[in-house]
Design a protein around this ligand. Structure first.
Ligand SMILES: Cc1cc2nc3c(=O)[nH]c(=O)nc-3n(C[C@H](O)[C@H](O)[C@H](O)COP(=O)(O)O)c2cc1C
Length: 364
């Protein structure tokens, strides 16, 4: 166990490195076991049961941190209730030229234009096969190669490749860094994609006997009428849930300090408001039964609680870890328990949706 002051020193050290090098150093530290294990017994009231899975707590590591599935178990040991590997594409690809990730410390935001740099299906499969017997919920976020002739076929290939290893799947059509990818959010393209993906999942279910849940991850920048189309298609095609949201191409609410005009997707604190409004609107459109993961700007127990009351069943975060370090995980989980005490509730589900109407009617 690393004492907190050393951990803070390590965080400061990481913040002196450029953002991508710091990310790589963190992955290597997690791989080597240098990071502290924080897994304590979770408050049973924080457990969430969805599909055939029991999440020990609602807080997950968002996609993009562990693109190649190098450290799922280390992340679970840090205290996350689940983690999501990827985005992974069928073939390895280098992504965009560096620099391609930028910190905005004054705003506690991050801009990235990685462009799905990853080692491809085969490398991820090999790593996940090696941990097959480990417990813990590991979702797999599938994407399409930049030069794919048929993008839908790339998503189907992802489902087929990992059906026996994924706790759940995320179909990521909302990265702003692969040109044209978000066009798959348009209604007719989305209908074709979801039909193909769910058909592939159902075929694998017949073989393996387990129906792996498939979630769709959407951008926070879709217009209201497009969100309605997306949710209608998700319900019609019996997709198992939504993740709201990916990074934004918007630049609202920034102080203007730091590299705000870099191209890419903005995440962290400046994304909180927009992604929470989108979450609440998605919840209203979807009704109470569709599981939704709320992500975007969670950096405290308060913001985590707000996502739940705005309609989220589960949570994910990424950017706040860059600024606050791994101690944030415990801070959020203890804070959620305190919120349940304060409101006299026995589960997060009882708190869900309390502020959906208010958030849905806000303007970004
Ligand atoms: C550096 C970086 C890389 C990311 N890569 C991916 C990715 O490969 N796939 C994906 O679905 N989302 C990716 N995301 C988006 C996150 O999963 C998350 O949706 C977004 O950052 C909002 O959460 P946050 O504000 O807590 O960071 C990435 C985010 C960051 C900051």
């Amino acid at each position: 166990m690393i004492p907190p002051f050393l951990e803070n020193a390590a965080l400061k050290g990481l913040q002196c490195l450029d953002a991508e090098t710091a990310h790589r150093a963190t992955i290597l530290a997690l791989k080597s076991g240098l990071m502290p294990a924080r897994r304590r017994t979770d408050d049973p009231r924080l457990a969430v049961r969805l599909w055939d899975l029991t999440f020990p707590n609602p807080l997950g590591m968002a996609a993009g941190f562990d693109k190649n599935g190098e450290v799922p178990d280390a992340l679970l040991k840090l205290g996350f209730g689940y983690t999501e590997a990827g985005s992974v594409t069928p073939r390895p690809q280098p992504g965009n030229p560096r620099p391609r990730v930028f910190r905005l410390p004054a705003d506690e935001g991050v801009i990235n234009r990685y462009g799905f740099n990853n080692e491809g299906h085969a490398a991820l499969r090999q790593r996940l096969e090696a941990r097959r017997k480990q417990s813990g919920i590991v979702g797999i976020n599938v994407g399409a190669n930049k030069d794919a002739a048929d993008r839908i076929a790339d998503y189907v290939a992802g489902i087929t490749a990992f059906a026996d290893l994924a706790s759940y799947f995320t179909v990521n059509i909302s990265s702003p860094n692969t040109p044209g990818l978000r066009d798959l959010q348009a209604r007719s393209a989305l209908a074709d994609l979801l039909t193909a993906v769910i058909t592939a999942r159902d075929a694998s279910t017949q073989k393996l006997g387990r129906k792996v849940p498939v979630l769709l991850k959407i951008a926070p920048d879709v217009a209201d009428e497009d969100l309605r189309d997306i949710v209608e298609e998700v319900l019609a095609k019996k997709v198992d849930g939504l993740i709201v949201s990916n990074t934004t191409i918007g630049r609202e609410g920034l102080s203007g300090k730091g590299p705000a005009q870099e191209t890419g997707g903005l995440s962290g604190k400046p994304l909180f408001r927009k992604s929470t409004i989108m979450l609440a609107r998605a919840r209203k459109l979807a009704g109470p039964d569709l599981p939704i993961i709320g992500v975007g700007g969670i950096d405290s127990a308060e913001t985590a609680w707000t996502k739940i009351t705005a309609g989220a069943d589960l949570l994910q975060l990424y950017s706040a870890l860059v600024f606050k370090g791994a101690g944030l995980i415990d801070e959020i989980l203890s804070g959620l328990s305190a919120k349940l005490d304060q409101h006299g509730l026995a589960s997060l589900r009882e708190a869900r949706d309390a502020n959906v109407d208010a958030w849905a009617s806000e303007t970004a």
